[in-house]
Design a protein around this ligand. Sequence first.
Ligand SMILES: C[S@@+](CC[C@H](N)C(=O)[O-])C[C@H]1O[C@@H](n2cnc3c(N)ncnc32)[C@H](O)[C@@H]1O
Length: 248
Amino acid sequence: MTDTTAANTYSGLDFNAPLSDARARRLADRVAAAGPGTVADLGCGWGELLLRALESCPAATGTGVDTDDRLLQRARAAAERRGLADRAEFTAGPADAVRGPFDAVLCVGADHALGGTAPALRALSGVVAPGGTVVFGTAVWERTPTAGELAAMWPGATADELPATADVVDAALDAGFRPAWIESANGDEWDAFESGYLSDWERRAAACADPAEAAALRARADTARGWWLRGFRGVMGFCYLTLTAPAG
Ligand SMILES: C[S@@+](CC[C@H](N)C(=O)[O-])C[C@H]1O[C@@H](n2cnc3c(N)ncnc32)[C@H](O)[C@@H]1O
């Protein structure tokens, strides 16, 4: 995946995941269908999916938690702009310190913050209220990468570092959930996600007064584009599970 650790303004992205507006709306509507009063987003980033969920659930309050306060500032500003500031709270801190229960919990692209896929699903089962809803999104292999594809990805990429969607569903079942909906990011969502990162770097390089810094940014973009186009494009997927917690 594109190097998300590089300093990045993310201005070219609506979500820090391969997620279209249309799919985000469907996810938010599925959360809203159960009429939650409280929604949490663990590893919320700039909180766009939480804000969409609150727009779909006019009676709900939301709590977004992330360790990156710069992203939370963008979340708070967006909440203010959209008239959601009185219902959305964004708190800096680790996801594993969050205590529920919440009627709905979102965790998209942030399962590493809870120890990886299976530990995260177990942790989420302790944060969501009985009968509540979890939206869980995580990277998967769509198929086993070839040795050539792995060699073109980030250094040290291995075939066993990501699960398949079926493995994620098994881990959700093991954690006590029932799957309500299973879906995957499509090629257009991946292209928009990766291009969003890369175009941000290109814009920053173009605006950079220091030629050496601009060259470094372009070099990073070239490396990341190679990982994507020669390595994981069409091989790495991203599944979104809408899960129902046991009634208790
Ligand atoms: C790939 S981004 C996903 C953000 C958001 N869920 C979205 O879909 O736009 C992962 C997020 O997890 C956050 N994160 C990393 N470690 C964390 C931790 N221990 N606790 C909370 N958030 C964490 C990062 O700052 C980042 O915003």
